[in-house]
Design a protein around this ligand. Structure first.
Ligand SMILES: Cc1cc2nc3c(=O)[nH]c(=O)nc-3n(C[C@H](O)[C@H](O)[C@H](O)COP(=O)(O)OP(=O)(O)OC[C@H]3O[C@@H](n4cnc5c(N)ncnc54)[C@H](O)[C@@H]3O)c2cc1C
Length: 263
């Protein structure tokens, strides 16, 4: 049994986003494992604990993404691989899916690839489906529960969370499993796990290692560019302090709310 979990290193959701000169910045806040991906990591580790075998975390990103991969190791993943290469910069969801699909092909013996729901920075939610399409695997997105999984028979029965309710789906393995936050409660990395992860060597695969050609990845291999990026306009508003005794302030407030037709 070998499951892969694809994780992206993203800004912390508490980081303050600023946009200047078409560049997005999240300041000095340390980047983290994309919060949605923690659920996929937890599910991968639980599958490994229940069925034996191996869970491998992979990420395409900068060298700093090794820190996010170390978090995955500390949570219980057995191995971690970073894909990093300057020629891959500017990749959109289409190109990222090609990079990740090639990495999964290179691993060779993968039974399932787990993903988060979306990345909190790119936010397209396209990567898991596109990876499934490239590999020719079933895309079991929005999975809230892996009801049954049989690695010997190569079958899975999963529950998908839809706006209208739940859906039971069955499929052959290997499959792509997209997770939602209700699937589990991600564990905190253990002290021992953190110590082990700190010493782990994380291999880095290049575009050449994955036999990726220039026209398939990076800006040249992307269907989307982002020529203009802007922040939200600053909210306009003013504050007026009401003064007086509590009864007077309450009366003034009620008058204002009635005048503005709020009540
Ligand atoms: C300013 C700006 C604008 C952009 N606009 C677009 C755009 O309009 N369209 C576009 O396609 N791209 C755009 N990109 C690129 C985008 O940020 C991503 O690099 C790429 O598109 C991946 O999609 P996502 O981040 O939306 O991931 P999603 O599809 O939202 O991610 C879903 C899941 O896929 C997995 N995953 C995603 N990325 C990785 C990764 N690098 N490594 C491992 N697993 C991963 C994770 O499990 C994640 O939870 C933009 C980038 C910038 C800087």
């Amino acid at each position: 049994m070998h499951v892969v979990v694809c994780i992206k290193q993203t800004p912390d959701s508490a980081a303050k986003l600023t946009v200047a000169d078409n560049q997005v910045s999240w300041g000095e806040t340390a980047p983290v494992v994309n919060p949605w991906d923690e659920y996929a990591v937890e599910e991968a580790v639980r599958l490994k604990e229940k069925h034996g075998g191996k869970a491998t975390a992979i990420s395409f990103g900068p060298e700093s993404a090794k820190e996010a991969l170390k978090t995955c190791l500390a949570m219980g993943c057995d191995e971690a691989i970073l894909i990093a290469d300057p020629t891959l910069l500017g990749s959109d969801a289409l190109a990222v899916s090609h990079i990740l699909a090639q990495a999964i092909r290179k691993l060779g013996d993968v039974d399932a690839a787990l993903f988060g729901k979306q990345a909190i920075d790119g936010d397209t939610g396209l990567v898991p489906i596109a990876v499934a399409r490239r590999l020719g695997w079933a895309p079991l997105t929005f999975t809230i529960k892996i009801a049954e999984i049989d690695f010997a028979a190569k079958t899975i029965r999963a529950e998908r969370l839809l706006e209208q309710g739940k859906q039971i789906v069955t499929s052959a393995l290997p499959a792509v499993i997209g997770t939602v936050k209700d699937i589990n409660e991600p564990r905190y990395p253990s002290f021992m796990g953190i110590r082990k992860a700190a010493k782990a060597a994380i291999p880095v695969w290049s575009a050449a290692d994955l036999a990726l050609e220039a026209g398939q990845v990076g800006a040249a291999g992307s269907a989307t560019q982002w020529p203009q990026v802007s922040g939200l306009p600053t909210r306009q508003g003013s504050v007026e302090m009401l003064t007086g005794s509590p009864a007077e302030v309450a009366a003034q407030l009620a008058d204002r709310l009635l005048a503005d037709k709020v009540i």
